[in-house]
Design a protein around this ligand. Structure first.
Ligand SMILES: [Fe+2]
Ligand SMILES: [Fe+2]
Length: 195
C-alpha cells in the first residue's frame, strides 16, 4: 500500500488562512483521488476524507471562527458557515457509521464533496479576506490551529488504532462487513497544489 509521508512540517510557518487553505487543498486532492480509486481504496480514502474534515472543522470551530466572529462584523456569514459544518458532519457520520456498499459510499462522498466545495468557496472568497483585513494576529492563530490540529490527529490515530485492534477478531467472522471500517486508521496526507 502506498503510504505517502505527510509534509506536516510545511504547515509550521503558515498563518491561519494559509493553513486552512492548505487543508482545503489537501481534502480536494483526496476527493479527486477517490473518484479514480478502486473499491477497497475508496473505503480507505473516504476514511481519510472524513478524518481530515473532522479535524479541520474542529480547529475552525474551536479556534478560528470564534476569533474571526469577534473581529469582523458578519454574523450571517459565521452562522452560515456553522450550519454548513453541521450538514457536513451529518454526512460524515453516515459514511463512518453505516454498513454501506460501494455505490452508497460513492453517492455519499459525491454529495459530501459538493457541500465541502461550496463551503470552502465561501470561506476562501468571503470569510478569509475579511479575516485578513481585520485586527487579527493570523500568525499566532496559525500556530494555535496547527498545535490543535496535531493534537486532534494523534487522538484520532490512537482511537482508530484501538478500534482496529478490537474489531480485527470479530471481523474475521463478519466477512465483508468489515470493509467499511478498514480505512479508519488511515493517516492524513499531503499533495501538491492546484487551482
Ligand atoms: Fe469551515
Ligand atoms: Fe475550512
Amino acid at each position: 500500500m502506498a503510504t505517502r509521508k505527510q509534509e506536516k512540517s510545511s504547515s509550521a510557518g503558515m498563518d491561519a488562512t494559509q493553513l486552512l487553505k492548505q487543508d482545503h487543498d489537501d481534502v480536494r486532492k483526496l476527493f479527486e483521488e477517490f473518484e479514480a480509486a478502486d473499491e477497497d481504496r475508496k473505503f480507505e480514502l473516504a476514511a481519510e476524507i472524513c478524518q481530515a474534515l473532522t479535524v479541520h472543522a474542529a480547529i475552525e470551530e474551536e479556534i478560528f471562527y470564534p476569533q474571526v466572529r469577534e473581529a469582523i462584523d458578519a454574523e450571517d456569514l459565521m452562522l452560515e458557515a456553522e450550519i454548513e459544518h453541521d450538514t457536513v458532519k451529518q454526512l460524515i457520520e453516515r459514511i463512518q457509521e453505516g454498513e454501506i456498499d460501494e455505490i452508497q459510499l460513492t453517492a455519499m462522498v459525491k454529495v459530501l464533496k459538493e457541500y465541502v466545495n461550496h463551503h470552502v468557496n465561501e470561506e476562501q472568497r468571503k470569510m478569509f479576506p475579511r479575516a485578513k483585513r481585520a485586527e487579527l494576529d493570523l500568525e499566532a492563530l496559525g500556530q494555535e490551529l496547527l498545535a490543535r490540529k496535531t493534537e486532534l490527529e494523534s487522538e484520532l490515530a490512537s482511537a482508530a488504532g484501538d478500534e482496529s485492534d478490537e474489531s480485527s477478531d470479530d471481523e474475521e467472522e463478519g466477512g465483508e462487513s468489515g470493509r467499511s471500517r478498514g480505512g479508519m486508521a488511515a493517516r492524513e496526507k499531503d499533495e501538491d497544489d492546484e487551482e
